[in-house]
Design a protein around this ligand. Sequence first.
Ligand code: ATP
Ligand code: MG
Length: 388
Amino acid sequence: MDKLILIKYGELTTKKDNRNFFINTLEKNIKNLIGEDIIIRKDRVRMYIECDNVEEVALKLQKIFGIYSIVICHKVNNNTEEILGKALEIMDSTKKTFKVVTNRADKNFPTPSMEFSRIMGGLILKNSDFKVDVHNPDITLTIEIRNNGTFIYTNELKGAGGYPVGIQGTGLLMLSGGIDSPVAGYLTLKRGVNVECLYFDSPPHTSIEAKNKVLKLASILNSYSGHVKVHIVPFTEIQEEIFKKCPDTYMITIMRRMMYRIAEKYSEKIGAKIIVNGESIGQVASQTLSSIECINNVTNKPIIRPVACLDKLEIINIAEKIGTYETSILPFEDCCTIFVPKHPVINPKLDLCIDYEKVLDYDELIDRCINNIEIISNFEENKFEDLL
Ligand code: ATP
Ligand code: MG
């Protein structure tokens, strides 16, 4: 096969001991997201993919974490004539200037890299109208001479970076229908964490559309992972209890403490090492530092807040880039917006929370919630898109 895809690994090349595990995980993720119809060969520095539709596959690879760059390249034998022939064939004739970069990994090839670049540059000059420009060329012709052949290419697509999803174990993402938590999920996947989602559903106070919106967001996150599941918590009873028995101003604080308690207990059950959410410092009353301190107090689990220090516009930029924004701004309300009091407390006090919670039989309520969690893992079969 003349045309194939060459992948350069991302940050993983810095992790010596785990390198094989990283590369094998990346291979599995690629097969899982792109399909089994491709041939993958790999070594410590590169992965090669053979498939029929290289352009289409290259675009899909851009969504997979652990890849620094993707190159559609041409393979020839390690000899100067074949390399020159292919170089002239693939250099875009609408462009004027070029430079050659050679990387000779096959030390049996007699000519050193710099010298080979010079020789190839000279031959191209002689056989075409291109001019050399080593500082700002229109085309950079890269020639990688390896034991298994020479790979030639002129352009390199940027990969998604990060680590292959799964190398870091599992995190439980509190996924609402808003803008922030899907972005938090994306950033966490990027660090190699396998993300599963927890959604607090409060029917009939929240609609089926609100739930479908979350499922749609999860399916978008899944396009970066392939392993996303959504765990739907029946949260109505707890919310109604809080609404009936706790002071208005503390409703949200107490509700969020319950969410964290459930997330902690459930993460133990599914083996998630961290809880992830979309809190951003100062964005709403429940995200002031005092609120975060007070809410966080119910758990010993590490809580990762990837967007904590971004402002809303920065979060929106990422949401647009990853494709979640359009869905996030659909107008269906989630459980938080429905029970929002007029004046939520901005600086909640921990002892008051503890006091107010005494009237709730929350251990039992929490266990009931957890026992009735519904798990959705196959997004294709769900009709949620039709309902949006
Ligand atoms: P978002 O835009 O992500 O909805 P937000 O600005 O609306 O965030 P909050 O409603 O205070 O903020 O929620 C903060 C975080 O708590 C969310 O980012 C999400 O991680 C979690 N969260 C809120 N509501 C829910 C829910 N119904 N189910 C799961 N997680 C939730
Ligand atoms: Mg929200």
